[in-house]
Design a protein around this ligand. Structure first.
Ligand code: FAD
Length: 399
């Protein structure tokens, strides 16, 4: 039976980052990452799913939360090193425009802008129209036009890059699904659905929306089905929207689009899509998907038609006269913690550690979340200036 010092369970955005950091910082430790690759056929797949099966995730520093701003800033600073070490490109510096008319949000983002000061300009509605004549919001709002490293990352390529480097540094990658972690005895005995068996001294759980399936005591971890719309852009629109940044908008007035949107991005089917999803919308825009069977049903579906329709209308309000060749919608999963920050914590001293709950924001920040989790798991120490209490795991009532 293989015996490891450390096992990272779940090789999504956070787990793959954690594995790279372990392999870089602890060359004398024997480390492995366990987790399946993306399903080949989503609609019939019977295993686990993830939140990263896509070509674009927005990246930027400016955020209403300084904690999230800092996690992003630290991660973004390492993108070019990861690209260089892996030989894989995942970062696209197209900028990110954040627009809002919500007073509280304006004050919060201004604080983040003052604290981290990424290259940006603050625009009013008229300024926004001048810079982005093809976009239409409302008559009165504030926008931060973040440049520099802001834009989007390809989450699939980021994971591939992290794993390429981890593997080159000696980490083992096991493409299986963990079915149980046995805590009896000295170390942990880890079994997989595929029949695999291994031992590890410690484990870092980074299984996203499936983390609770591996824990005896359940966390307060809300898993929510999220629908995205993909609008196929014809060549002339790709050309017209060449200067389009990633966009995040939130408005008080429900008739103004509150959403996140990426500029036209090429997808593996050879087509180019503008992707968008609801942001800042209330609960009815998400579905609670709690059990394994609900998760399966959700990922076998095309998401919710009513949300896809709402996003279609929002897209055309925001980009007037847009020509679209086709639309389709896709299901995704968001995993929320009780406090809105990721859980990075020790669950069982010297044995089980956790880094999960992206809250819909963690792709861009996954390298730093993975690093903090990896360092905690390997050293039992908190290797960041951020307050450890803000990341404590919260257990479910009766969990
Ligand atoms: C539609 C959508 C849009 C988003 N947009 C953005 C954005 O623009 N910017 C941004 O920063 N973030 C965005 N996010 C959020 C971001 O994608 C997530 O926060 C991020 O993917 C979370 O990373 P993770 O590693 O925790 O989980 P995941 O990426 O889901 O990875 C978890 C991994 O665990 C594995 N796993 C599960 N169970 C097991 C098991 N039993 N054994 C082994 N492995 C297991 C899975 O296979 C998976 O690979 C978006 C999310 C969605 C759904």
């Amino acid at each position: 039976m293989a015996i490891y010092d450390l096992a990272v369970i779940g090789l999504g955005l956070i787990g793959s980052a954690a594995l790279r950091h372990l392999s870089l910082n602890f060359p004398n430790l024997c480390v492995c990452g366990i987790g399946p690759d993306e399903p080949r056929k989503r609609k019939t797949h019977q295993g686990v799913f993830a939140s990263h099966y896509d070509q674009g995730r927005i990246t930027r520093v400016l955020d209403p939360s300084q904690l999230w701003g800092e996690l992003a800033r630290e991660s973004i600073a390492r993108y070019s090193d990861i690209e260089a070490a892996s030989g894989l490109q995942f970062h696209h510096r197209v900028g990110c425009l954040r627009a809002t008319d919500i007073e509280e949000r304006i004050a919060e983002v201004d604080i983040c802008a003052r604290t981290y000061n990424p290259p940006h300009q603050r625009l009013d509605a008229a300024g926004c129209k001048t810079v982005y004549p093809f976009l239409s919001f409302s008559d009165d709002f504030v926008a931060w036009d973040e440049k520099g490293e802001a834009g989007y990352i390809n989450p699939r390529s980021l994971i591939a890059a992290q794993l390429t480097v981890a593997k080159a540094n000696g980490a083992d990658i096991i493409r299986e699904i963990v079915s149980s972690i046995d805590h009896r005895g000295d170390g942990l005995t880890i079994r997989t659905r595929e029949g695999g068996l291994l031992q590890a001294r410690r484990a870092l759980i980074t299984a996203g929306g499936y983390s609770n399936t591996l824990l005896d005591r359940k966390l307060a971890l809300a898993t929510k089905g999220h629908t995205i719309l993909l609008a196929e852009a014809p060549p002339e629109e790709i050309e017209r929207l060449r200067a389009m940044p990633s966009i995040i908008s939130s408005f008080e007035d429900p008739s103004v689009a509150s959403l996140y949107m990426l500029p036209p991005v090429p997808y593996p089917d050879g087509k180019t899509y503008i992707k968008l999803g609801p942001s800042g919308y209330p609960e009815p825009y998400f579905n609670a998907v709690d059990s394994d069977s609900e998760l399966l049903d959700w990922f076998h579906s095309d998401g919710r038609e009513d949300i896809a329709e709402a996003m279609k209308a929002a897209l055309h309000r925001m980009v007037p006269d847009l020509k679209v060749l086709s639309y389709h919608s896709v299901p995704c999963l968001i995993t929320n913690s009780a406090h809105g920050n990721p859980y990075i914590d020790t669950l069982e001293d010297g044995r089980i550690y956790l880094a999960t709950a992206g809250n819909g924001y963690a792709a861009k920040s996954s390298d730093e979340i993975g690093r903090i989790g990896a360092m905690l798991c390997a050293t039992d120490e908190w290797h960041t200036g951020l307050n450890r209490e803000d990341f404590r795991a919260v257990y479910a009532e009766g969990g």
